[in-house]
Ligand binder design. Structure first.
Ligand code: PMP
Length: 456
């Protein structure tokens, strides 16, 4: 077996990691962690640490680690048929079965599932389908997409443009011209402290209306949003937000894409976030929870209103020229089937609701009154603690102080993985949906100790 030192050197010399400080890593100045195994909500690393994974990988290992049913389903599929493509009407029993299972679980009004590999490509697909739809309808000018600041929708050219975070834009010449951004529904950062939640929702709506008016409604194809802002800070929407936004979109014939890459398949305690908030999307983006990351797979779920037009288009204009070699990969599909069955058998959607509520309540009890905690917020199995320099004045810490990252490091030292969210001092938690109350207690206790260590 390779020594730890040797492996670490190979890592530094050969492996270009995503979302990593490349120079520091190559010089050996950035953390390296090599993960070797996982069981339930815990992972183990090569140094022998056992860690409670409070972020489920990248909020994706929803059923937890070490599920042999999924591993066996993958192995069986690999033995029988590792691959065949899905172009021109081809398929496998696994991919067809999974499509049926996804549609059985999808919110009302959805018509078909299109499979890709991850959240970014599913959003690329969705934007292409929207453009295709408007071309079929003879509206070539209706193409712009509205996204929110702090939204996260991937890191491709289009999806990185939709993402509303500086880190994903500035050094990559993004966003592309067809993408415009509107206000994030982030109540803690509302422009005027005296606004109620309802008034802030009204403010977000007016910002959206003004943008649509300025750009021209006939140029705007769709609005994309996560039911709960994820990577941008784990921020549930203010009261009445989605109903109010939906009203504006309907008035201007603008499609709604619900990006449910994080919220899809149970994370909010409902199968989809669209069910949770009463959203009526035309497209749903899903990935992570579809296979709990046991194999890469995404599903773009197409609503009836779009399907009727897309199906017409393919009859009149020929083949829909959009596909990936690995669309509906049988191994991903086999993982998806086993994963969705397990979610049902173990009652994980319900567990996400009950234990998630417990986690959020306990966190608020322990940290809600801390002078440097601006807010404890969450929904289902999502929870965030946002640190502030001054609660009353809503003054945030200077980012260069790295307070959030310091708290997350102090948690790691105590055996719990949280995520320092990329824009603000926000400690993010998104554990596997199988989290127990005892594990939730451990997360809360660890967060409390780490906040005390860093901020007193
Ligand atoms: N949409 C959302 C809401 C996400 O959180 C993510 C990933 N964190 C993506 C899209 C992109 O997914 P992927 O990284 O699988 O491309």
């Amino acid at each position: 077996m390779l020594s730890n030192d040797e492996l670490a050197r190979w890592d530094r010399d050969s492996f270009m990691h995503p979302s990593t400080h490349l120079a520091q890593f190559a010089r050996g100045e950035a953390p390296q962690r090599i993960i070797t195994g996982g069981e339930g909500c815990h992972i183990t690393d090569r140094d022998g640490n056992r860690l409670l994974d409070g972020f489920a990988g990248l909020y994706c290992v929803n059923v937890g680690y070490g599920r042999t049913q999924i591993a066996e389903a993958i192995a069986k599929q690999a033995h029988e048929l590792a691959y065949y493509h899905a172009y021109a009407g081809h398929g496998s029993e696994a991919s067809i079965t999974l499509a049926k299972m996804v549609m059985d679980r999808a919110p009302e009004g959805m018509a078909r599932a299109y499979f890709g590999l991850g959240g970014s490509d599913a959003n690329e697909t969705n934007i292409k389908l929207i453009w295709y739809y408007n071309n079929i309808l003879g509206r070539p000018e209706k193409k712009k997409i509205i996204s929110r600041w702090r939204g996260y929708h991937g890191s491709g050219l289009m999806t990185g443009s939709l993402t509303g975070l500086d880190l994903f834009h500035k050094k990559f010449d993004l966003p592309l011209a067809q993408v415009i951004h509107t206000e994030a529904p982030y109540y803690l950062r509302r422009p005027d402290a005296s606004m109620s939640e309802g008034e802030f929702t009204g403010y977000c709506v007016r910002q959206l209306e003004a943008l649509i008016e300025a750009e021209g409604p006939d140029t705007i194809a769709a609005f994309i949003g996560e039911p709960v802002l994820g990577t941008g800070g784990i921020v549930p929407p203010p009261a009445g937000y989605w109903q109010a936004i939906q009203g504006v979109l309907d008035a201007h014939d603008i499609l709604l894409v619900a990006d449910e890459v994080v919220t899809g398949f149970g994370r909010l305690g409902t199968m989809f976030g669209s069910d949770h908030y009463g959203m009526k999307p035309d497209l749903i983006t899903s990935a992570k929870g579809l296979t709990s990351a046991y194999a890469p797979l995404s599903a773009s779920i197409v609503g009836q209103r779009m399907w009727d037009v897309l199906a017409r288009g393919t009859d009149e204009n020929g083949v829909m020229g959009h596909g990936w070699t690995y669309s509906a990969h049988p191994i991903g599909a086999a993982a998806g089937i086993a994963n969705l069955k397990l979610i049902d058998e173990l009652g994980l959607v319900e567990n996400a609701g009950t234990v998630g509520a417990y986690l959020n309540r306990r966190m608020a009890e322990e940290l809600g009154d801390h002078p440097h905690v601006g807010e404890v917020r969450g929904e289902g199995m999502l929870c965030a603690v946002e640190l502030v320099a001054d609660r009353e004045a809503r003054r945030f810490f200077d980012p260069s102080e790295g307070k959030g990252a310091k708290v997350v490091a102090a948690m790691l030292k105590r055996g719990v993985i949280a995520r320092a969210m990329p824009q603000g001092d926000i400690i993010g938690l998104a554990p596997p949906l199988c989290l127990s109350e005892a594990e939730a207690d451990q997360i809360v206790e660890t967060t409390r100790e780490a906040v005390r260590e860093v901020l007193g």
